[in-house]
Ligand binder design. Structure first.
Ligand code: 5GP
Ligand code: ZN
Length: 112
């Protein structure tokens, strides 16, 4: 399987890790869109949010608990935004489920 995030998780591709536990790893995005732009990635290879199954329900909760820990570690006391791009219309480019965690300055206008 040719998956860049699986290779990062295994340590075969370098990344700047900011958090890791049994379920997820999180590292800085290569092309940051905000002062803080972290990718929170479940260690299990799941292609997209549409490929989640009932057995992954706890895993998704672990992603948000990781976000809370990362926010504390990186000093995001003013808040942050989490985005998941699922599928073609959303522009998902890496087919391994991941959540963009953005923060570090006010994001201004909201899409929703
Ligand atoms: P998507 O568009 O699939 O939601 O987001 C994929 C994200 O992965 C992009 O923001 C892109 O910059 C990031 N990315 C792609 N390849 C790598 C890589 O090898 N290392 C890191 N750290 N980020 C990557
Ligand atoms: Zn993968």
């Amino acid at each position: 399987m040719d998956c860049v995030f699986c290779e990062i998780i295994k340590g075969n591709i370098p990344s700047t890790k900011v958090y890791e536990d049994e379920f997820v790893t999180a590292f800085n995005d290569l092309n940051p869109q905000m002062p803080v732009h972290v990718l929170i990635v479940p260690k299990k290879h799941i292609a997209s949010a549409n490929d989640l199954t009932e057995e992954d329900a706890v895993l998704v909760g672990k992603v948000f608990l990781a976000a809370k820990a990362i926010a504390e570690k990186l000093g995001l006391e003013n808040g942050y935004r989490i985005i998941n791009n699922c599928g073609e219309d959303a522009g998902q480019t890496v087919k391994h489920l991941h959540f963009h965690m953005l923060g570090g300055k006010s994001m201004g206008e909201k899409i929703i």
